[in-house]
Design a protein around this ligand. Structure first.
Ligand code: ADP
Length: 192
């Protein structure tokens, strides 16, 4: 199964993704993780990538698609993948659709985790104290939420028009969210 997971920062995507990849036995492709890996290398590219992440801005669409495509070519991705944090713009969604079409495959589902903004800010500030992620500071959190609302939220329309969208209330307990996600997965399982 191939699915994209859409949700604002702090909605609990990370936790649910971990459970979902265990259930479906597919690789977890997090572009945030991939870009942080690039950022840790001491190269010109890493400094360029850092300038986006540290400001809470989106990295360029074609760069992100290139990194994802590299990963999709690996053996582990032949039977499916969970895309976490990607696509984040309509252009990325189109690039992904084009790429998959060239390979003769397609997405089965787009899952959106819905959340209340005030709660997200509180969660992210708390996470900052635990994980120490450099982009979990108030200014960057506000920017990431703004970017989500303006650039990523329109993806729901894009996937709804393809009949692939499912929406789950992310403000429930972890268990209830996961149960709801499982029902969505059952509805969109490919027939092979
Ligand atoms: P969060 O969902 O908490 O914002 P992520 O780990 O998904 O965290 O992303 C962290 C940062 O990495 C983003 O703010 C952005 O700078 C960059 N990033 C991640 N995924 C993408 C993407 N698909 N396109 C562009 N930039 C991205």
């Amino acid at each position: 199964m191939r699915l994209v997971f859409i949700g604002p920062p702090g909605a609990g995507k990370g936790t649910q993704c971990k459970r979902l990849v265990e259930l479906l036995k597919i690789p977890h492709l997090s572009t945030g993780e991939m870009l942080r890996t690039v950022k840790r290398q001491e190269t010109a590219l890493s400094r360029w990538v850092a300038s986006y992440i540290d400001a809470g801005k989106l990295a360029p669409d074609h760069l992100v698609m290139r990194i994802v495509a590299q990963r999709l070519q690996s053996e582990e991705c032949v039977n499916g993948a969970l895309f976490d944090g990607f696509p984040r713009t309509i252009i990325q969604a189109q690039l992904l659709d084009d790429y998959l079409e060239e390979q003769g495959i397609q997405l089965d589902m787009a899952l959106e985790l819905k959340a209340v903004e005030d709660e997200l800010i509180q969660r992210l500030l708390k996470r900052a104290q635990v994980d120490g992620r450099a982009d979990d500071n108030y200014e960057t959190i506000r920017e990431r939420l703004h970017v989500f609302n303006t650039q990523t939220a329109p993806l729901t329309e894009y996937y709804a028009s393809q009949g692939k969208l499912e929406q789950v209330d992310g403000m429930q307990s972890e268990e209830l969210v996961f149960n709801a996600i499982r029902l969505c997965v059952d509805r969109h399982q490919p027939n092979n």
